[in-house]
Design a protein around this ligand. Structure first.
Ligand SMILES: [Zn+2]
Length: 181
């Protein structure tokens, strides 16, 4: 990515419609192509591995257009090219008879403690690690979210039971299965 910025800068400094500019433009498009190929190659390998090792995969539907407005996230999402990756996964899942489960974007997977179900409203995206104020479990943001997505997805499929729901809607969960993870 850094290399791309350097090449783009180099191109913009060359005089318009000059031979040098055309050459610099060619270098930029060549690198673009390389990056795209690497990305597809990576997605292809990762999707094969994920589909091969799992019977079902669960995803959260993210509001990408809103997230793209956030400058910090925008670059990350664009690089991750999430939708094309999910499409690759879907197609492979169909091919190999695996299941793709999706949960809605409003289910609070990001802020719920996977252990006790406490909803930590004060969490921000900057809190990559956090401690649950209720049960003191130490969390890695991504791992906690992944486990919650799995639970929500399985719950929707009636594959796990939610024994008891307290407080406003889904803010506090207690479930036998919840604690087994
Ligand atoms: Zn907790």
């Amino acid at each position: 990515m850094q290399r791309l910025t350097v090449l783009q800068r180099r191109m913009s400094k060359k005089q318009k419609s000059s031979k040098k500019r055309a050459k610099a433009k060619f270098a930029v498009s060549k690198l673009h192509k390389q990056i795209t190929n690497q990305r597809y190659d990576f997605q292809y390998k990762l999707s094969s591995k994920l589909i091969g090792n799992n019977q079902a995969l669960a995803f959260e539907t993210l509001n990408v257009s809103d997230m793209l407005k956030n400058h910090c996230l925008a670059q990350y999402i664009a690089v991750a090219s999430r939708s094309s990756f999910i499409n690759t996964l879907k197609y492979k899942a169909e091919w190999y008879g695996k299941t793709i489960l999706r949960i809605g974007q409003f289910e609070p997977s990001t802020k719920i403690c996977k252990m006790c179900g406490f909803q930590n409203k004060y969490l921000t995206l900057a809190d990559r690690e956090w401690d649950c104020p209720d049960c003191n479990t130490k969390h890695d943001w991504d791992i906690n979210v992944a486990i919650n997505i799995k639970k929500f997805a399985l719950y929707k499929q009636n594959l796990i039971c939610i024994l008891h729901l307290r407080n406003e809607g889904m803010s506090l969960w207690t479930c036998e299965q919840w604690f087994k993870e």
